[in-house]
Design a protein around this ligand. Structure first.
Ligand SMILES: [Zn+2]
Ligand SMILES: [Zn+2]
Length: 371
């Protein structure tokens, strides 16, 4: 659903230096004009889509940077594909600044506030213990100057002329099956039935202002990378006293150089020298709770895996912890002094088949037993 390559700034009618607020404002104005419910021109929908796509790109700092530097091609190589804007996902775009579902059927215009999404990164160690973090989000909150009314203090809201104060519009369509009546929230007053004549100077009549807020997020021990935490009521304030939306915090768990995670299990590697592997050794290995002393038998082979039960990540779904699996790697010397080479030569002379004889493994024992 790529729009012919039109310049996004041109589509929104803003300068290339436009601030986020200017971009938002320009899109909001265009969206209101072009929304198919209020604009009957045949190309309104197509133009709306183009404008929405432009907004989707320019309202995102990373995408905008890509676009500024490399244009449309940069966006494509950056993996961006424009959303297919339809009536149903329109909501998301409007949530970006109205903070609510403009087109939901909502009596009295008490629209629920929009949800906000934010992501934060934590270390594996934090995911192991659980952690409380604060994260900054831009949230629409009720304007204090007008108390959310939108009208400047001392002035009144007036009845909306588009819907005559009903807050809803009815659209009748006829088909062979009969008449269908579709009720929709009035886009002019967003369901309130009244509109602002003298907008509040603090919120420009929106009744809400965007504020940067600190959310305190409790991240449970055992959280997985990419999981989202829902914080009820922490999203945007609703219009006209509607309930606030929710905040979704996506938690990214950063990779840890010492461990690989596999569900609730973690994997790590231990390097033994050939001498340690041959003679057996006590080696300390990193574990989630700190270092662990592990005893390795003489003749430990590379590729052996030591399973440490209950030393993995705490499980979110059930009690207890996963396992830690430690993979044995045997480090072979890369550089030898003359003396070391002589010693190894001597060692080789003294070695025979028996030196490397394999003990009967479990499966061999089993096979022999069955025979
Ligand atoms: Zn206000
Ligand atoms: Zn209205």
């Amino acid at each position: 659903m790529a729009t012919a390559e039109r310049d996004y700034y041109e589509l929104l009618g803003v300068e290339r230096t436009a601030t986020d607020a200017e971009i938002k404002k320009a899109f909001r104005k265009l969206a209101r004009e072009l929304h198919p419910d209020v604009n009957a021109e045949p190309d309104a929908q197509e133009r709306f889509r183009a404008v929405a796509e432009a907004y989707e790109v320019l309202s995102d700092a990373e995408r905008r940077r890509l676009y500024d530097q490399f244009g449309h091609a940069g966006l494509r190589s950056g993996g961006y594909a424009p959303s297919d804007f339809t009536f149903t996902n329109l909501t998301d775009i409007f949530s970006a600044f109205f903070g609510d579902d403009l087109f939901s059927r909502n009596r009295g215009g008490r629209a629920r506030g929009g949800d906000v999404g934010v992501s934060l990164s934590i270390d594996l160690a934090d995911a192991f213990t659980g952690i409380t973090r604060t994260v900054a989000v831009d949230i629409a909150s009720t304007c204090e100057r007008c108390g959310g009314e939108g009208a400047d203090p001392g002035t009144q809201r007036v009845t909306c002329t588009t819907c005559g104060g009903h807050g809803q519009l009815q659209q009748v369509s006829r088909s062979v099956f009969g008449e269908f009546v579709r009720t929709q929230t009035c886009p002019a007053c967003r369901g309130a039935g009244t509109v602002v004549e003298t907008p509040c100077t603090a919120c420009e009549g929106e009744g809400r202002v965007i504020e940067s807020k600190e959310l305190e997020v409790e991240i449970p021990a055992g959280i997985h990378d990419g999981q989202r935490i829902r914080m009820r009521g922490a999203g945007h304030a609703g219009a006209n006293g509607g309930i606030p939306g929710d905040a979704y915090v996506e938690v990214r768990v950063l990779p840890d150089g010492r461990f690989q995670r596999d569900g609730d299990d973690i994997l790590s590697q231990v390097d033994l020298t050939i001498v340690q592997a041959a003679r057996g050794a006590q080696v300390s290995v990193p574990a989630l709770d700190g270092e662990l002393e592990l005893e390795f038998e003489p003749g430990t082979q590379p590729g052996e895996v030591r399973v440490l039960r209950g030393k993995g990540m705490p499980s979110l779904e059930r009690s207890g912890r996963g396992d830690q699996r430690v993979l044995v790697n045997v480090a072979v010397p890369r550089r030898l002094t003359d003396e070391q080479r002589e010693l190894l030569d001597r060692f080789e002379e003294l070695s025979g088949e028996d030196t490397y004889r394999r003990d009967e493994g479990f499966f061999e024992k089993l096979r022999n037993a069955i025979r």
